[in-house]
Design a binder for this molecule. Structure first.
Ligand SMILES: Nc1ncnc2c1ncn2[C@@H]1O[C@H](COP(=O)(O)OP(=O)(O)O)[C@@H](O)[C@H]1O
Ligand SMILES: [Mg+2]
Length: 410
């Protein structure tokens, strides 16, 4: 039994279309992904309708401040306190912007699902004050979002999974299962955001059979290397042009792939704590010591992402499943050099993008949090325990009601 029935679930099952705003800001810290998503039903019976998507980029100042929060050396508790509310306002503005873009008003929206901005993630249990726990922290205060928009807001999706013994991540595999499972074909949905993560949907699978884990860095190391070699002028390798003009340096690639994360068996998740500025700094220093050119360094950082993905499939996917399709998503799907490397590493598999299956790759994660919010108010279990390591299924998300609107109505 994967979900329990509640009064709200019975209401949700009525089949009426609900408009839900999904908000996501990933580890790349490039901006807020916001989508108005029309949904009916819930859980496995969810039907996806119209999607209107906007990406609202962060200003360089805001991005810098958020990135500073993520590093213990540069993070301050007063900044965390302040930025929780600043990002709450940013997410509220993004919500109102995407609602306008959809030609709608706040009153037309039933619900918001906001992932927030992860600023720290400790997926492996640690003992502190005699208490052993994992932990994770997303900011972007949902009370601000609910107050500014007058819309019930669901947020803090990761906490309940951690409480149930999980890593609190990955969460998108639930939406992958709802949207992209197939009766005939076995698919991997490969997201390449700041971090890379995969969801394996074996042909005809049930939710219990979904496998998902982080493969390692997605764009995170590529972005950081590009920023260092261009003295901050470029934030990423547009279309993978720099990587395509360089050659992969095997010794440097071997060093990068020797990171212990790649040897760990799933379930596993990672973040800037492992592949952030410390890792990149060492990689750049090694490249400089060896006289490696900038283009070769970017090519090698790109190969790190590609190789870690291909190796993950070889170790943990292909031995158990004949794979038909790999469906790429996230910003990395625009990096031609990276996609070429993946195609070469997986010659037997059809490598495609979300658009080939009728889903916007840009909007997919925002859609995922709209689905999670919809199922939260319906009382459905939405974690994938096999992927997060949780002891059991749980309803993810804390619900901030739109009190002002309900008071007006009564
Ligand atoms: N045109 C492009 N060419 C190459 N890389 C791109 C392009 N557009 C976006 N990206 C990469 O995608 C990243 C953002 O991906 P995204 O899926 O939003 O990640 P996250 O979920 O971590 O925010 C950017 O930081 C950049 O590295
Ligand atoms: Mg992003």
């Amino acid at each position: 039994m994967l979900r329990e029935k509640t009064v709200s679930e019975r209401n949700c099952a009525s089949g009426s279309v609900r408009r839900v705003v999904g908000l996501m800001s990933g580890t790349s810290v490039d901006g807020v992904d916001a989508a108005v998503v029309e949904l009916s039903g819930n859980a496995e019976s969810t039907e996806l309708g119209r999607v209107i998507f906007e990406r609202i980029p962060y200003s360089p100042e805001l991005r810098g401040k958020v990135l500073a929060l993520m590093l213990p050396e540069t993070s301050r508790v007063d900044d965390i306190c302040r930025m929780n509310f600043v990002l709450g306002e940013v997410f509220a503005d993004a919500t109102l912007q995407v609602i306008r873009a959809a030609g709608l008003e706040a009153d037309d929206i039933d619900l918001i699902g906001s992932h927030g901005q992860t600023i720290y993630h400790i997926p492996n249990a640690e003992t502190c004050c005699g208490i052993t726990t994992r932990s994770t922290l997303q900011i972007g205060e949902p009370a601000i979002i609910a107050e500014r928009t007058g819309i019930t807001t669901v947020a803090d999706f990761r906490m309940r999974d951690v409480a149930a013994g999980g890593q609190g991540a990955p969460l998108v595999p639930y939406a992958d299962y709802i949207l992209l499972r197939d009766a005939e074909k076995s698919r991997v949905i490969q997201n390449i955001g700041g971090i890379g993560n995969l969801t394996l949907l074996p042909a005809g699978c049930s939710l219990d059979e979904v496998i998902a884990f982080d493969t390692g860095p997605g764009n995170m190391v590529i972005d950081a290397v590009v920023s260092i070699i261009t003295c901050g002028e470029l934030e990423f390798d547009e279309s993978g042009k720099i990587a395509a003009s360089g050659n992969v340096v095997p010794d440097l690639l071997d060093w990068a792939l020797s990171h212990p994360f790649f040897r760990k068996a799933p379930p596993k998740t990672t973040g800037r704590e492992e592949f952030g500025s410390h890792f990149t700094k060492e990689m750049v220093e090694r490249a400089q010591a060896e006289g490696i050119s900038d283009c070769d360094l970017v090519a090698t950082a790109t190969a790190l992402t590609a190789e870690s993905i291909v190796e993950s499939y070889k170790k943990w996917v292909l031995p158990n499943c004949k794979l038909d399709q790999v469906v790429i998503g996230g910003g990395g799907s625009y990096n031609g050099a990276l996609i070429d490397m993946l195609r070469k590493g997986l010659p037997e598999v059809d490598v495609m993008v979300h658009e080939d299956l009728g889903i916007s790759s840009d909007a997919k994660e925002a859609i995922a949090f709209a689905i999670l919010a919809n199922d939260a108010v319906c009382g459905c279990f939405t974690n994938v325990p096999k992927a997060t390591g949780a002891r059991h299924g749980v309803v993810l998300g804390k619900i901030i009601p739109s009190l002002s609107r309900e008071c007006e109505d009564s």
